[in-house]
Design a protein around this ligand. Structure first.
Ligand code: DI6
Ligand code: FE
Length: 397
C-alpha cells in the first residue's frame, strides 16, 4: 500500500517532529518500505495500491507503555471518599485502594477480566493506539496473577493490537500477608514470577516502591530473580515520596522508571547513565491532585528520554485516553507537544524495549495513525476531541 498526499511526522528524532509535507509512505509486507517527500518516491512503489490522505497527518501509531487495563470492578466509591476529604494513602490504609481491586479481580473469571479490559482497549484503539503494555498486580496470589497475565495476553487475540505484559506481583501486600511483606515476596511474589515466566507470560518485571507498598530492598529481591531469569525490569518509583526507587531501577539497567513526581536531579542523572526512560503519568498526578510535578527540566538537561502513558487503572488514573495524557503532560508539566508525541511513540517504544515501532522509518512495523489535523501540535492541544481518521496495524487498515 502507498499513502500519498500525506503530511508525515516521522518522529525519528529529526528536529520539528521529522515533519515532511507533500509526503508519501510505502508499506510492504506489514513494514514501512519507504517514507519521504512524494517527489523523491521511486517508481517501484507507484504501482502499489494507493490511499490519498488529502494532506492529512500521518504519525507512528500510539503506544501506551504503562497500563493496568486488566482489573475487576471499579473504585467510583473511593472517588467519592476522596472528594469528601480522604487522601489516596488514607483510603489505601483503610483497606480500600489497590487491595479493594484485588478482591474484585480475584472474584472475576479470566473471561470477565478480558471483557472488562476490552472496553478500555477499544477506547485506546479508537485513538490510534496499536501497542499496549498491561500489568498484573491485582491478583497478588499465584493463581490470580497468572489469570491476569493470561487475560492480558488474550487481549491481543481479540483485537488488532500488540500487548506487552509486565508482572507486577510487588504492587501491594495482600490482606492475608498484612504486616508480612517479606514473607509475601518469598512465598508468593517470586514463585508466581517463576510460574508466569515458565508459561511465557512475562515480558518485563515491575514493582511499586513506596511507603504503602514495598521497600527498595524488597524490590531488589524481585529484580534479582528477574535478572536471573533474563527478564528486563521497570519500576513505579518516586510517585508519592522519594525512597530511591529510580536509582535502584537504574542500577538494574531498567527499561523505565515511572511516575517520578518526587525524583531528584541526581535520580535523573542515574537514569540517564542507565538509559532508563522516564515514564510520565499525568493522569495519576491529576486524579490524586498531586502538587509536586516530576523534574521534567532535569530529564531534559541529563538527556533522559521521556515517555507519556495513561496509567489506566481503577484507582489513581481511571483514564483510557492517551491523547488526554498528552494534553495533561503539556498543561500540567510544561512538556512540549513534540515531547508529548515522542512520549507516546518513539520513547514509549523504547520504554517497552521495542525496536520495531514508534517511528516512521524503513524496516519498522507499519503501525500508523492518520489524523484529521494540519499540524502535530493539535494532537496535544485539543481536550476531549479525537481526530483519528484511520489506523494501520501491521500494514492493515
Ligand atoms: N501506582 C499507580 O498509580 C497505580 N499503581 C501504582 O503502583 C495505582 C493502582 C491503584 O490505585 O489501583
Ligand atoms: Fe501504574
Amino acid at each position: 500500500m502507498l499513502l500519498l498526499n500525506a503530511t508525515v511526522a516521522a518522529m525519528d528524532g529529526a528536529p520539528a517532529y521529522g515533519l515532511v509535507g507533500k509526503g508519501a509512505v510505502a508499506i510492504r509486507a506489514g513494514r514501512i518500505a519507504w517514507a519521504g517527500p512524494a517527489s523523491e518516491l521511486s517508481g517501484e512503489f507507484k504501482l502499489d495500491e494507493s490511499l490519498d490522505l488529502e494532506g492529512r497527518l500521518v504519525t507512528p501509531a500510539l503506544i501506551d507503555c504503562h497500563t493496568h487495563v486488566v482489573h475487576g470492578g471499579n473504585r467510583a466509591r473511593e472517588f467519592e471518599m476522596r472528594l469528601e476529604g480522604a487522601t489516596y494513602e488514607q483510603v489505601a490504609r483503610a483497606g480500600g485502594g489497590i487491595v479493594s481491586t484485588v478482591a474484585a479481580t480475584r472474584a472475576a473469571s479470566e473471561s470477565d477480566l478480558i471483557a472488562g479490559a476490552l472496553t478500555r482497549v477499544d477506547a485506546m484503539i479508537a485513538e490510534g493506539v496499536t501497542t499496549i503494555e498491561i500489568k498484573s498486580g491485582y491478583g497478588l496470589d499465584i493463581e490470580n496473577e497468572l489469570k491476569m497475565l493470561r487475560a492480558a495476553k488474550a487481549v491481543a487475540t481479540q483485537r488488532p493490537v500488540r500487548v506487552r505484559t509486565s508482572y507486577l506481583g510487588a504492587h501491594a501486600v495482600p490482606p492475608e500477608y498484612k504486616g508480612r511483606p517479606d514473607a509475601y515476596i518469598d512465598e508468593v511474589c517470586i514463585p508466581a514470577l517463576e510460574a508466569a515466566h515458565a508459561e511465557g507470560l512475562v515480558d518485563a518485571v515491575d514493582g511499586f516502591c513506596e511507603g504503602i507498598a514495598f521497600s527498595p530492598e524488597q524490590i531488589a529481591r524481585v529484580f534479582d530473580k528477574a535478572k536471573a531469569l533474563g527478564i528486563p525490569v521497570k519500576l513505579h518509583a518516586e510517585q508519592l515520596s522519594n525512597l530511591g526507587g529510580a536509582r535502584l531501577a537504574s542500577s538494574y539497567g531498567a527499561l523505565s522508571a515511572d511516575h517520578l513526581e518526587y525524583a531528584s536531579a541526581a535520580d535523573a542523572e542515574a537514569m540517564a547513565k542507565a538509559g532508563s526512560v522516564a515514564v510520565i503519568l499525568p493522569g495519576a498526578f491529576y486524579t490524586l491532585r498531586e502538587t509536586q510535578a516530576p523534574p521534567i527540566e532535569a530529564f531534559r538537561i541529563h538527556g533522559v528520554a521521556m515517555a507519556v502513558a495513561t496509567d489506566c487503572n481503577p484507582g489513581s488514573s481511571p483514564m483510557s485516553s492517551l491523547l488526554l495524557s498528552m494534553n495533561m503532560a503539556c498543561t500540567l508539566f510544561r512538556m512540549t507537544p513534540e515531547e508529548a508525541l515522542a512520549g507516546v511513540t518513539r520513547n514509549a517504544a523504547r520504554a517497552l524495549g521495542l525496536e520495531d515501532a514508534g517511528q516512521i522509518k524503513p524496516g519498522l512495523r507499519a503501525d500508523l495513525a492518520i489524523w484529521d489535523v494540519e499540524h502535530p501540535a493539535e494532537l496535544a492541544y485539543r481536550i476531549g476531541f479525537n481526530p483519528l481518521w484511520k489506523r494501520i496495524f501491521g500494514g492493515a487498515l
